[in-house]
Ligand binder design. Structure first.
Ligand code: NAD
Length: 333
């Protein structure tokens, strides 16, 4: 009995892998290690588990239906956490086809395999961007229809939710979609604001402030998100969808203050226009997840940014020796 984690070498995926292994379950981790950001960062994320007999890693693409089917045949896949996707709102506006392929076709492939192999639960990573730009003070799954996603990425996630709903009915498998709100923390994606800002400050470059710095995001600490995934995995539901957010919207300028404080260096702030496809604010109503999954976040933005910057400083240190990767075993020599 194993949990298949797709996108398991990525930022959130590697934390989910940690959490599933920590409680003693077997993990089959797949990731295509694409170059959206440095694949070596992804390989480093899973290094600590390569000697664990309960962990298997395969470099696979979720769009490769037959190769993915072979894995379902080779392992007794009990449950699926489907996180593999092209992430990033802005990049999706540049390359929409890449997003429909990985996020829509890839999700349909995974749902189809889950159906034919009668998995016991399927958890899908959706996104707060499915809500689109809103004037509601908080985003609630119960009251907002979320029918105006504003970027190819957001549409791909909304479409994934529709496929999840359909497969839960037609395929008769429990499926839960989780709408993650701006996830941050150690192993964070370099294209996301906390990492980009920390890197720009460290290098002494200008830090762009979109608008007047008053845009707000509901920043959610990655280990809280991984716990949310496990809660959904342990509570199969016919079809359901939950917000996974910190439920405290943080202003952009406040976040930059915190990053500056922990880096011990001031940002050179440069004000630029707000980018298209980006909402003015996000704020999760998490009452549904509290009631049905027994989940709530535990990490404040102050604690979370401190842990993120601690990791950021360590991983930016030059390696002691040049690292060479063995592509058979995924170990560094
Ligand atoms: N980070 C956030 O704030 C956030 C917010 C909302 C939703 N999400 C969703 O959570 C999931 C994980 O996001 P993340 O931030 O960890 O991003 P990430 O890019 O670090 O992780 C995604 C992983 O999936 C892999 N991948 C991409 N396409 C693949 C394919 N076709 N086949 C196999 N592997 C593939 C990538 O190599 C990567 O390692 C994604 O579905 C993303 O859309 C993330």
């Amino acid at each position: 009995m194993a949990v298949l984690v797709t996108g398991g070498a990525g930022f959130i995926g590697s934390h989910v892998v940690d959490a599933v292994l920590a409680r003693g379950d077997e993990v089959v981790c797949i990731d295509n290690l694409n170059s959206y950001y440095d694949p070596l960062q992804k390989i480093r994320n899973i290094q600590p588990h390569l000697d664990n007999p309960k962990f298997s890693f395969f470099c696979r693409d979720v769009c490769e239906r037959h190769k993915m089917g072979e894995l379902f045949d080779a392992f007794k896949i009990d449950k699926v956490v489907h996180l593999a996707a092209r992430a990033g709102v802005r990049a999706s506006i540049e390359s929409p086809h890449v997003y429909t392929e990985a996020n829509v076709e890839g999700t349909v492939n995974m749902l189809e395999l889950a159906k034919t192999h009668a998995v016991k639960n399927f958890v899908f990573a959706s996104s707060s961007s499915a809500y689109g730009p809103r004037i509601d003070p908080v985003f609630s799954e119960a009251t907002i229809h979320a029918d105006c996603p504003a970027s190819p990425y957001a549409v791909s996630k909304k479409s994934g939710e529709h496929f999840c709903h359909m497969y839960s009915n037609l395929g008769n498998i429990p499926v839960t979609a989780l709408r993650f709100f701006s996830v941050y923390g150690p192993r964070g994606r370099p294209d996301m604001m906390p990492y980009k800002t920390a890197a720009l400050i460290s290098l002494g470059y200008d830090v762009p402030i979109y608008g007047d710095g008053s845009t707000k995001r509901d920043w959610t600490y990655v280990e809280d998100v991984a716990r949310g995934v496990l809660s959904a995995l342990d509570n199969p539901r016919p079809y359901d969808m939950f917000n996974i957010g910190n439920s405290h919207a943080v202003e952009l300028k406040r976040l930059i203050d915190l990053i500056e404080n922990h880096l011990g260096k001031k940002a050179n702030r440069v004000f630029v226009p707000v980018q298209s496809g980006e909402p003015q604010f996000t704020h999760a109503d998490i009452s549904k997840a509290k009631t049905h999954l027994g989940w709530e976040p535990k990490t404040s933005i102050e604690e979370g940014i401190a842990k993120f910057i601690e990791w950021f400083k360590l991983q930016r240190r030059p390696p002691q020796k040049a690292l060479e990767l063995d592509y058979q075993t995924w170990r560094f020599k």
